[in-house]
Design a protein around this ligand. Structure first.
Ligand code: FES
Ligand code: FES
Length: 156
């Protein structure tokens, strides 16, 4: 039997400040395109189902799960991945010992940048609420909260 032809389309969007064009099946997620076609592997695949936040990227400045975002939804829009997020955020995570396995961290870093772009001086409750969609299986979140708190007022 002949295999089904692999239907691909071209998509154009801005990625970390530069215009990119990719050919991909329209059913591919943004996460699949980032990791498997563009080889931008900072964005992690933790669950592929919107539960863990490891795949968080900014879409037009808003944090989204790239595993739930189809590449066709990204056409003409602006994507920012952990590779382009302000280094201050990653440095704060490192300084406060909030990086452990490194798997969940990119998602936390992107979500933190998103939080601080909206609320420059978040309260503890606002930080917890904002990071609710990001899971870490190996810490009590204390160091992560400390890292985010250390950036409050910095206007990341
Ligand atoms: S990989 Fe997207 S939420 Fe887990
Ligand atoms: S440090 Fe990544 S899952 Fe805990």
């Amino acid at each position: 039997m002949m295999p089904y032809p692999r239907v691909e389309k071209e998509f154009t969007f801005r990625l970390n400040g530069e215009e990119v064009r990719v050919r991909a099946p329209p059913g591919y997620t943004l996460l699949e395109v980032l990791r498997h076609i563009l080889h931008l592997t900072g964005t992690k695949d933790g669950c592929s189902s919107g539960d863990c936040g490891a795949c968080t990227v900014l879409l037009d400045g808003r944090a989204v799960h790239s595993c739930l975002t189809l590449i066709s939804q990204v056409e003409g829009r602006e994507v920012t991945t952990v590779e382009a997020v302000d280094e201050k955020v990653a440095e704060a995570y490192a300084r406060h010992g909030a990086v452990q396995c490194g798997y969940c961290t990119p998602g936390f870093v992107v979500a933190t940048a998103s939080l601080l772009s909206k609320i420059t001086n978040p309260s503890d409750g606002e930080i917890r609420e904002w990071l609710r969609g990001n899971l870490c299986r190996c810490t009590g979140y204390v160091k992560i909260l400390k890292a985010v708190e250390s950036l409050a007022g910095d206007g990341v």
